[in-house]
Design a protein around this ligand. Sequence first.
Ligand SMILES: O=C(CO)COP(=O)(O)O
Length: 246
Amino acid sequence: MSRKLIIGNWKMHGRLARNAELIDALRAGLAACEAEVGVAVPTAYLSQASHALAGSTIALSAQDASRFADDGAYTGETSANMLADLGVSYVLLGHSERRQYFQEDNAVLREKIEAVLKAGLKPVLCIGETLAEREAGEHLLVTEGQLEVLKALELGDECIVAYEPVWAIGTGKVASIEQVAQMHAHLKQKLLPIVGCSVNIRVLYGGSVKSDNASAILATPNVDGALVGGASLDAESFKKICQAAG
Ligand SMILES: O=C(CO)COP(=O)(O)O
């Protein structure tokens, strides 16, 4: 069994001084952590974080990448190759906030995943249903549809999906252990024929993961790690969550 993977998604938060402080505290506190740990930093601060993390065990993640793989006239875009150049290892793709505010759908995400893989980086595909979809009993079908983007891809040795129910993101409303267990088992079952048995599948949970609920969530069958939003901005909370995964 592979180690748990915990990624802190800073979203659009941070300033030079605060980032430096946070990374220093994480470097010091997580040196002996058994889990794999990453931080998904805003694009503007990837270079700073890359230098600050040099020589540490904490991996650098981006929060998005351009769908255009090659350099060109794409004002405002950041390519996966540029992310690789900065020392990024993981790239979050399809986060519900990107789906909601930037209309990202399976077609765009497919291009982004391909660009990220071509650059030698690991995509972390974020999926999850809205409250209305869950209340209508459509959550399994919706997430299954979101996995379609992974069909017939050369994923390398690993496929990482983060299940983040939209209604649990930033709301303090965490999915119940039964809901998490059911969804993760479902996703693993659906992913196997899509990616094949030679690929290691990891399904992370995200949505109001905090230091006081992390142990129970991470002990749930088929939960291979966590994608942490708000609590990853506080060094003590994030360290506790990472330690709960060890
Ligand atoms: O969206 C998330 C991580 O990507 C979850 O955010 P919160 O942990 O703040 O609910």
